[in-house]
Write a protein that binds this ligand. Sequence first.
Ligand code: C6P
Length: 407
Amino acid sequence: MIDPREIRKDFPILEQQVNGRPLVYLDNAATTQKPRQVIEALVRYYETSNANIHRGIHTLAVRATEQYEAVRGKTAAFLSASHPEDIVFTRNTTEALNLVARAWGDANVHEGDEIVLTLMEHHSNIVPWQQLAQRTGALLRYAGITPEGKLDLDEVRGLIGPRTKVVSVTHMSNVLGTINAVAEIGEMARQAGALMVVDGAQSAPHLPVDVEALGCDFFAFSAHKMLGPTGVGVLWARRGLFETMEPFLGGGDMIALVRQDESTWADVPHKFEAGTPNIADVVAFGAALDYLQDLGMGAVRAHEMALTAYAMEQLSSIEGLTMHGPERADERGGVVSFAMNPAHPHDIATIADGHGVAIRAGHHCAQLLMRHLGVAATSRASFSIYNDKDDIEALAEALEHVNRVFG
Ligand code: C6P
């Protein structure tokens, strides 16, 4: 069982006051705060182990390489993946999805082929596919959303057919909080001979994830949304898939042999990690994975689901407030988007900030979804392990103030 009060002691940034009130950080879907253990791992790496990896034979180079590669193993374990070589480190989810669209897409998607997406995707899971479609003449197909804010699975089923080459879906919406049936969709994709890509940016930080049980082909996420540093992303691929792909970027560390006119590639995963990677932040990400594994992802999910249920209950009693997304907390992650007309979401976030409560307002890089909802923006509160009921009550109090300001 998670005790947010104990956890909070590990997060120095949460000790401060903002606008004269204790900071209540509810913008965790954008990025989470970092525990002391992660910050110390970063400092310790630079103080004791810093060197370039995979190149040197001196002691520090070997030590840095071992630390970096150990996190590849921890990442595989976190995803219940059997092989650390199936993990490639990128800069973020966005780069991981671009890698798939370029390195796999360019070789496998052709004119007239179809790419199935959904209207609740983040721009990171739209734009790389649009670019691929523009390069190849492939077509984009979007599955819609039911009035309850769930993915329309019948529509997904109807869209997947013999021309479908790839289905790419978010595991959890960063706006609606909806948790999608990616295993079921993956099965539909497999039966059509298509590949299944899962954007796990919002799920990996908050739900137990077993990539092999999900049956997907690629799974992408970012360290910074799960207590880790910025600048580290992860792309997992099903066994053997990376071997069939050409590199995304060329340069040092990704080659076997370089000749004047051509080169051969290093083995997977190094083939996809050109140049000096973000060694220090990958090492510190290892501490974030340890932190989450020690808590247990089942406990993280249980805590955040209870908090979401409490937030939905509290917010539903605020006059004029409407929430987007599924009604049941067990069908969504710890994200609650809402409107309070006539207050603009930016005004709501500004008033909340005046109460020390950090929430996000905007289109959340999901403009297709905003258009579907018929709004320009939403206000969004999103939760993590250090949040508790008091934080939700502070948010509710700030939102009551919004109502007083806007009459
Ligand atoms: N969503 C949010 O506030 P990057 O920026 O590459 O680490 O993550 C991109 C991304 C991809 N997919 C989903 C579902 C996401 O939520 C995000 C990031 C942040 O909602 C920043 S816009």
